[in-house]
Design a protein around this ligand. Structure first.
Ligand SMILES: Cc1cc2nc3c(=O)[nH]c(=O)nc-3n(C[C@H](O)[C@H](O)[C@H](O)COP(=O)(O)OP(=O)(O)OC[C@H]3O[C@@H](n4cnc5c(N)ncnc54)[C@H](O)[C@@H]3O)c2cc1C
Length: 367
């Protein structure tokens, strides 16, 4: 008999949900994380009384009622609704593309007028077989929206001009012919009052957690402690990159405290011109309707990823898909280890999906 039933590598959302379920099933778990804090990428830390989303803005949204009820055990959610705005050289547009955007762009008032304008621009462009992202976008929404709201932003996101990006990246572009600025089409949406870290803390309540501990640096000794391992770190790192490194797209943040109570009037402002080097500015207090005297903003830059950088977005191309499939074979054959989460499965997962999958895996494992 070993000391623990499960060693859970990673105190992020996946690890915390699994730990909570295992504890409920009477299992003894040890959760470790190489970082100095719990909550993984949804970590929020208080700065000037404001919960700052250190690894990028996180808005909880889901259509899954069971997941919504699940998270509400651990936190009360506020009524935050994501309605980003775009700043194009000082012109402000509502996102996602909707009647407010079209009214500002063209002065049109009715959905029929907006549709006619888009159709006219699509027809004028006359693109029948789009060869790159620029042509694809223009053929979907016309030139004005492309020029002001897509071209610069997408180029910055990918580090290349839209003419050098493949058309398939944007199969479609959501346009909405209502005056509805709610970005997510989700039944449930909000931010946990008190931040995500407090929510994860509750999930881990009663479970032993050790921080600043890298599983890969000491895996034999750690394996000896538990019957089974739940591994939520990068799958390629687990296998010592023996088939090669999976690629990611990264982001980095410049965070600043400002001596004003309201810097931009919205949590998320996208800078859609090509000249501004960052893609967006997050003003954290607006996620929780903060009234603090100061404010904290993060400028978000899109960045190439190299080994050693923080991995953010998996690259969903053929090469990386095939490499992951090869790692998945190794993972499936690894005795006593469950690979899970965004890094363990090399997959972009929204929070609700991570919870859904972790609950599923836990139910099967603990049955
Ligand atoms: C920029 C950005 C914005 C996002 N915004 C949203 C949003 O608005 N809404 C939404 O629903 N989702 C959003 N997401 C997705 C969300 O971040 C993920 O769903 C969630 O973080 C996944 O949790 P996880 O436990 O799988 O991974 P993580 O949170 O990454 O947790 C994995 C943990 O494992 C630890 N670890 C790794 N290797 C080791 C090791 N060797 N030893 C010990 N510990 C290790 C890491 O330190 C980390 O803490 C966003 C993602 C990004 C990148």
């Amino acid at each position: 008999m070993k000391q623990y039933d499960y060693l859970i590598v990673g105190a992020g959302l996946y690890g915390a949900v699994f730990a909570h379920e295992a504890k409920k099933a009477g299992k003894k778990c040890l959760v470790i994380d190489k970082r100095s804090h719990i909550a993984g990428n949804i970590y929020t830390e208080p700065v000037e009384g404001i919960n700052v989303h250190r690894y990028g803005a996180h808005i909880f949204h889901t259509n899954n009622k069971a997941v919504w009820q699940y998270v509400n055990q651990f936190a009360e959610f506020n009524r935050y609704t994501n309605s980003p705005v775009a700043n194009y050289h000082g012109e402000i547009y509502n996102l996602p593309f909707n009647m407010n955007t079209f009214n500002k762009m063209w002065g049109v008032v009715t959905p029929a007028e907006a549709k006619a304008k888009i159709e006219q621009q699509k027809a004028e462009a006359g693109i029948t077989d789009p060869q790159n992202l620029e042509e694809q976008a223009i053929s979907l929404v016309g030139t004005d929206i492309y020029e002001k709201l897509i071209k610069g932003y997408t180029g910055k996101q990918w580090g290349r001009p839209c003419t050098e990006l493949p058309a398939f990246i944007i199969k479609r572009l959501p346009v909405r012919f209502t005056y509805d600025d709610n970005y997510f089409n989700a039944l449930y949406q909000g931010i946990p009052n008190g931040g995500y870290t407090a929510m994860v803390e509750k999930m881990l309540d009663g479970t032993e957690v050790r921080l600043n501990m890298d599983y890969l640096a000491d895996r034999d000794a750690l394996n000896a402690l538990a019957e089974k391992v739940v591994y939520t770190g990068p799958v390629d790192a687990y296998f010592d990159y023996k088939l090669g490194a999976l690629q990611y797209r990264s982001v980095h943040f410049e965070t600043e405290v400002l001596d004003t109570d309201n810097y931009q009037g919205n949590a998320v402002v996208n800078y859609t011109d090509a000249e501004t080097p960052y893609t967006r500015i997050i003003e954290h207090k607006h996620f929780e309707f903060g009234t603090q005297p100061k404010t904290v903003i993060s400028r978000e830059y899109s960045a190439e990823w190299k080994k050693g950088d923080e991995p953010y977005y998996p690259v969903n191309d053929e090469k990386n898909g095939a490499l992951y499939a090869a790692y998945k074979k190794l993972a499936d054959a690894e005795p006593g280890v469950i690979f899970g989460g965004r890094l363990g499965e090399y997959k972009y997962y929204d929070m609700d999906k991570v919870i859904e999958v972790a609950l599923d895996v836990a139910a099967k494992e603990l049955a």
